[in-house]
Design a protein around this ligand. Structure first.
Ligand code: RP5
Length: 171
């Protein structure tokens, strides 16, 4: 096994069900990753240690999830030059609190924030970042998009042919 390129960090193991979607995407694209729990508030020293050593350890992107007062991605971004992707978790307030705390970073410290529980997109965005310097990954991403488009076109064709009532019955 080669060294992990992506670090998936979760504010709590209660984020794992959502964040497993990011892990699945990375597996699908054959990207090595590490996944662990680290809290901006409950384990601040560990959070700082993780962020400040991530580049040296060979990571290229950090994906960080948190719910509520979701500061983990922002804390990561404050202590590394690596790109940080934030995943706001729907824990309270339908995830709106986490969305705002993750996205509203001060100028100079960006966090690329995906949608609430948007772990799949976080995984894909991480792959896209790696793909800027990896032709094989870029090719796989192209195929991924083609397959997705084919799926939508198939649905459109079926709906147009059957009409909406039959389509709903057969769904
Ligand atoms: C956040 O608080 C975590 O990321 C989680 O989404 C939420 C609740 O954490 P637990 O109380 O379930 O550990 O920091």
């Amino acid at each position: 096994m080669s060294k992990p390129l992506i670090g998936i960090l979760m504010g709590s193991d209660s984020d794992l069900k959502v964040m497993s979607e990011a892990a699945k995407v990375l597996e699908e694209f054959g990207v090595e990753f590490e996944i662990t729990v680290c809290s901006a508030h409950r384990t601040p020293d560990r959070a700082h240690e993780y962020a400040s050593t991530a580049l040296k350890r060979g990571l290229k992107v950090i994906i960080a999830s948190a719910g509520g007062a979701a500061h983990l991605a922002g804390v990561m971004a404050g202590s590394t030059t690596l790109p940080v992707i934030g995943v706001p978790i729907d824990w309270k307030l339908n995830g709106l609190d986490a969305l705002l705390s993750t996205a509203q970073m001060p100028p100079g410290i960006p966090v690329a924030t995906v949608g609430i529980d948007g772990a799949k997109n976080a995984g894909l965005l991480a792959v896209q970042i790696l793909a800027t310097a990896d032709a094989d990954l870029a090719n796989k991403l192209g195929n991924y998009k083609t397959t997705m488009a084919e799926g939508v076109n198939k649905k459109a064709e079926k709906l147009e042919k059957e009409g909406y009532k039959k389509y709903l019955e057969n769904k």
